[in-house]
Ligand binder design. Structure first.
Ligand SMILES: Nc1ncnc2c1ncn2[C@@H]1O[C@H](COP(=O)(O)OP(=O)(O)OP(=O)(O)O)[C@@H](O)[C@H]1O
Ligand SMILES: [Mg+2]
Length: 266
């Protein structure tokens, strides 16, 4: 059976009240080749991970360094593909979508702001410009609470915190249904990080945006997450409401992780 056979003959839109899973991972595994001397071995980076992110939730994807968080996030945007398993976006297998359309619908923001050469306006209107659509970049600066005076400055002239908010504005200009954030606050000082965390909560609340945020900072996961998935050595260890996880993890591994006893374990 083709991987996307389940979607045949069905048309499920983001506004369909029956469709509540924004992103769904179904038995996703990923191996990566590692060269050791003359031989190549396959490293199991993600192992049979399944979970779903309900529409409008903020999922904090946490785990020790090297546990596979970035790999998982990158697969949702098809920067990498699973070795096996399936990922759905509003019940459509993402492998059946045009990659550009997928990346319009699912925005991604990285730890280090990824800048396009040019002004802030050039950066924010990048996606709509590629699609030859109109875009008022000032509207998106308003959304991330950056002054419109910055529009004609080179993007490189912004502070790192401002650049990160500009990258979020650039993703928003594509009118995405979900946002993937890979350690968006790790390169920022505490004040700039708090501004970005407040922004994530506000966008979620006001636009109903579904968010998956990878972070190794538990206070940041706690500040924004409504749901948590804990990944250790490529496997899902815990999944559930954030408040329950932070009150008391269901597993011994989860407890050890929150105690800081699992850092850098792989
Ligand atoms: N290109 C690659 N080739 C081989 N192995 C890789 C490659 N990229 C990542 N890995 C391995 O895959 C595993 C998962 O890496 P990944 O970057 O997804 O982890 P992470 O949880 O995001 O870690 P961190 O918190 O340090 O960012 C690690 O063991 C890493 O060494
Ligand atoms: Mg990572």
């Amino acid at each position: 059976m083709p991987a996307n056979a389940m979607n045949e003959g069905r048309s499920v839109s983001v506004n369909d009240p029956k469709c509540t899973a924004a992103v769904e991972l179904i038995h996703v595994s990923k191996t990566k080749p590692v060269v050791l001397g003359d031989s190549v071995t396959q490293l199991q980076v993600i192992e049979d991970v399944s979970f779903s992110v309900p529409k409008g939730e903020i999922l904090a994807l946490v785990g020790p360094s090297g546990s596979g968080k970035s790999t998982l996030l990158r697969m949702i945007n098809r920067l990498e593909d699973p070795t096996s398993g399936r990922i759905n976006l509003f019940e459509t297998n993402i492998s059946s979508l045009d990659v550009r359309e997928l990346r319009r619908r699912v925005g991604m923001v990285f730890q280090t702001p990824a800048l396009i050469a040019g002004t802030v306006a050039d950066n924010v209107s990048y996606g709509p410009r590629l699609r030859r659509e109109d875009c008022d970049p000032g509207e998106y600066l308003d959304l991330v609470q950056l002054e419109r005076d910055l529009l004609h400055r080179p993007a490189t002239a912004l502070s790192v915190g401002q650049q990160q908010r500009m990258c979020i504005a650039r993703a928003l200009a594509n009118r995405p249904e979900a946002l993937l954030l890979d350690e968006p606050t790790s390169a920022l000082d505490q004040t700039a990080a708090n501004t970005v965390l407040d922004l994530i909560c506000r966008l979620n609340r006001e636009l109903g945006l579904t968010v998956i945020m990878v972070t190794h900072l538990m206070e940041h996961a706690r500040a924004v997450g409504t749901q948590v998935v804990l990944l250790v050595r490529g496997a899902k260890i815990e999944e559930g409401p954030a408040d329950a996880f932070f009150r008391g993890p269901a597993t011994e591994i989860g407890r050890r992780f929150l105690q800081g006893e699992l850092s850098n374990e792989r």
